[in-house]
Ligand binder design. Sequence first.
Ligand SMILES: Nc1ncnc2c1ncn2[C@@H]1O[C@H](COP(=O)(O)OP(=O)(O)OP(=O)(O)O)[C@@H](O)[C@H]1O
Ligand SMILES: [Mg+2]
Length: 347
Amino acid sequence: MSIDKKELDKIYSLLEKVKDPEIGISITKLKMISGVEKDADVLKIKIKLTVPGCPLSATIEKDVKEILKPEGYQNVELEFGYMTKEELDGVKKSIQENNQKLPGPIEKYEKKQIKNIIAVYSAKGGVGKSSVVAMLAIVAKRLGYKTGILDCDISGPSIQNIFNEKYRATLNKNEKLNPLTYNGIKIMSVEMLTDAEALIWRGPLVSSAIKQMYSDTDWGDLDVLFLDLPPGTSDGPLTVFQSIPVDKILLVTTPQDLSQVIGKKTIMMSEILKVPVLGIIENMSYIKCEHCGEKTEIPGTPEKHIKKFPVLARLGYKNGLSLDLERAIDEDVFNELNGVINSAVFK
Ligand SMILES: Nc1ncnc2c1ncn2[C@@H]1O[C@H](COP(=O)(O)OP(=O)(O)OP(=O)(O)O)[C@@H](O)[C@H]1O
Ligand SMILES: [Mg+2]
C-alpha cells in the first residue's frame, strides 16, 4: 500500500533525527533510506547501510523504532540493504559538506607546547583502546618523552580507572585545570571534573566538554598527547576531530573482531578529515605461555581495506592487565610500543 506524500514527508522529517551511529549525520541526509511502504498496519522502511554486515544496524533499528513509536507507528519493520560505490561517494560528500558547516578546529593549543597529538581510535568498542593509550603513554614516558593523555570519552570515561586513580581536578592560579600526574604523565578526563556517576552528554555539550578539557588544562610542554577516543558507535569521534587539531591516528583492532569490517568507515572519515592514519595496533593478538614462552595466535582474517595500513604492533593477551598496568608492560609490550612511538609517532 502506498503512503500519501504528507505522511511520507512526516516520516522523513521524523527520521531526520536518527543519526548514523558512527558518522554522526542524519540517515536521511546520508540518503540511507531507500523506501518507505505501508502494509496493513506495518510500516516497512528500507535502509541502505554503508558497509555490509554493519553491526550498527541494530542501533539504527532501535533509534528508528523509538522515534516512530510515539507518533503511532507501533509496527515498524526494517529491511537492510547496502550502498553501491556511487552511493558511498555521496556519503563522503555529505560528510565533507557537513564538516565544512561546523565550526573549524580551535587554535592548536600553543602549537609549540604540544608537539604531537595522536588519536587512538577503533570503530568498535571494547577492543582495548583505553588500555592501549595507557600502555603507549607509559612507554613514551619511559622513553623520556613528555607525555599526556586526554580521555575524550565523555559518556564512558575509563582512563582514571585504568590507572586506578580517583583524582578531582583543581584550578591553578592562572585558572587552568591541574591534570592528574601519574608517574609524570599528565592526564585529564571528564570524570575529574564532575562527581556524576553516569554522564549522558549530547551534541554541543560533548564538544564543549572536549574543547574545555583540551584548552583549559595546564599541559605545560608536551612531546605527545594521546587522545583516548570514544568508540565509533557514539557521535563522539567526529566531534573530537572537529574540536582538536589531531596530527595522526592510530587504529586499534583485535584479530577476529568486527572492527575490521566497520574500520572502513574510519578510513573514509580520516581521508575526509585529512588526518593520516599511522597504522594499526593489533590488541589481544595472541596468548603467551608463562612457562615456555610459546605464543598461541588468535585467528582472524583481516579485511583487504584494513591491510591498507601497516600493523605497527601486536600485543598479546595480558592476564591481570586491569589489576597491574605497569607489570603488564613487559619486554614484549615495551619493544612493540617503543617501535610504534619511535618509528611512527616521532618519525
Ligand atoms: N591486551 C589485553 N590483554 C588483556 N586484557 C585486555 C587487553 N586489552 C584490553 N583488555 C581488557 O579489555 C577490556 C576492554 O578494554 P578497554 O576498556 O581498554 O577497551 P576500549 O576499547 O577502550 O573500550 P571502550 O570502547 O568501552 O572505550 C578491559 O577489561 C581491559 O582490561
Ligand atoms: Mg575506552
